[in-house]
Design a protein around this ligand. Structure first.
Ligand code: DP6
Length: 359
């Protein structure tokens, strides 16, 4: 592979790149990793639309001798943020062996989310995918190496994975699978692959209303949670179960069988939280409000027959998944019965989206 180094006698003009990238919600969960951000089991997610991160990457050629360092300024919602800067700097430094041109530049990142920072919605998927997309655009602008859209997406997904595992799935519209599985040719542990063409249209018009039960920072981060899977006595059966569920879910989503879909999705959410309760030390991220919502969703389904299902990420907030045609009924149910369990009544309305866009 040719080394990606800029010719300083022919330095590029200063410029900027801006990407908007969404979050995603896992249906079969990634929980447990090894090596350099490699998943213990394949996962499948829906790509969201409203919960996204805008990231602008400004660049100019650096003056002075190469000191092997990356020069980076970082602004989150227009304010300097040292914690985020240092995280991004570590990530970029890790990329230097394949993207050595990064240290030839002065980089300024301006980033911000479409949702309130305090909303308790994990933003690493949207943030790391937006940054990865900016880096791929930068590489392509300088070297023309990512002209093929599939190669571009694959590299963006791979870079996003290195930043945060779940971020690699945000690159694609509607749905994506991350992790090698025999059922999906081309699937890989290194990057996610698009699933949009393999799912029933009903899932492309799906809502995901996120009930914010608590805005508090999680007591155990995802990173720590993944690490605790290494000592979890249920880890191996869990990984086998995830593979089986993924395999069933692929067929179910192709066929558009909503009750079968809902069963697997809810079982996955409860398994994720059960694994936390079986870790050493044990911990719980669900709150009483999360459980109250789950009970009410089950009752609502029994009463109305409506295809409304819940899932959770590694936190207390509950995602409600349902077909778009139910939006009026479900929003009324949320307002009348579920908002009372949300902090300040906050609900982030989201839906399945078309993936990232360059702005
Ligand atoms: C429960 O992708 O946040 O949301 O790779 O350490 O950044 P890191 O973890 P992260 O883990 C996400 C876990 C999950 C399930 C999922 O999205 O698949």
């Amino acid at each position: 592979m040719s080394r990606l180094i800029l010719d300083s006698s022919n330095a590029p003009e200063p410029g900027q790149i801006l990407w908007r990238s969404p979050s995603n919600i896992a249906l079969v969960k990634y929980w447990g990793k090894y090596g350099i951000q490699l998943p213990r089991n394949p996962s499948l997610s829906l790509t969201l639309a409203a919960s996204c991160t805008d990231t602008q990457l400004e660049y100019e050629m650096r003056n002075g001798p190469d000191d092997g360092q990356i020069e980076l300024d970082f602004f989150f919602h227009e304010e300097e943020n040292e914690a985020f800067r240092s995280k991004v700097l570590d990530f970029l430094t890790g990329l230097l062996p394949t993207m050595p041109f990064l240290k030839q530049l002065k980089l300024t990142v301006h980033t911000g989310n479409s949702f309130p920072h305090s909303a308790g919605i994990a933003s690493s998927a949207s943030a790391m995918s937006a940054l990865a997309l900016c880096l791929c655009s930068l590489e392509d602008r300088f070297f023309g190496t990512l002209q093929d859209p599939n190669a571009f997406d694959q590299k963006a997904s791979q870079l996003a994975r290195l930043g945060s595992g779940s971020a690699c799935r945000s690159i694609f519209p509607h749905a994506a699978i991350w992790g090698a599985t025999a059922q999906v040719p081309g699937s890989s542990d290194d990057y996610a692959v698009p699933m949009s063409e393999h799912i029933h249209d009903t899932f492309k018009d799906f809502q995901d209303d996120i009930l914010i039960v608590s805005r508090e920072e999680k007591s155990v981060s995802s990173r720590a949670g993944h690490a605790l899977m290494e000592g979890n006595p249920y880890a191996e059966p869990r990984y086998a179960q995830a593979r089986n569920r993924l395999s069933s879910l692929i067929d179910i989503m192709r066929a558009g069988d909503l009750p079968a879909f809902g069963k697997i999705v809810e079982d996955e959410a409860l398994t994720l939280h059960a694994l936390m309760m079986c870790s050493n030390p044990a911990y719980t991220l669900m709150r009483p409000g999360s459980l109250a919502i789950i009970e009410k969703v089950r009752q609502y389904r029994a009463d109305t027959g409506h295809q409304l299902y819940f899932t959770l990420d590694a936190g207390p907030n509950v995602h409600l998944l349902y077909p778009g045609e139910l939006v009026v009924d479900v929003r009324k149910f949320i307002e009348d019965h579920l908002e009372e369990h949300c902090e300040d009544g906050f609900v982030q309305q989201d839906w399945v989206g078309e993936g990232p866009e360059e702005i």
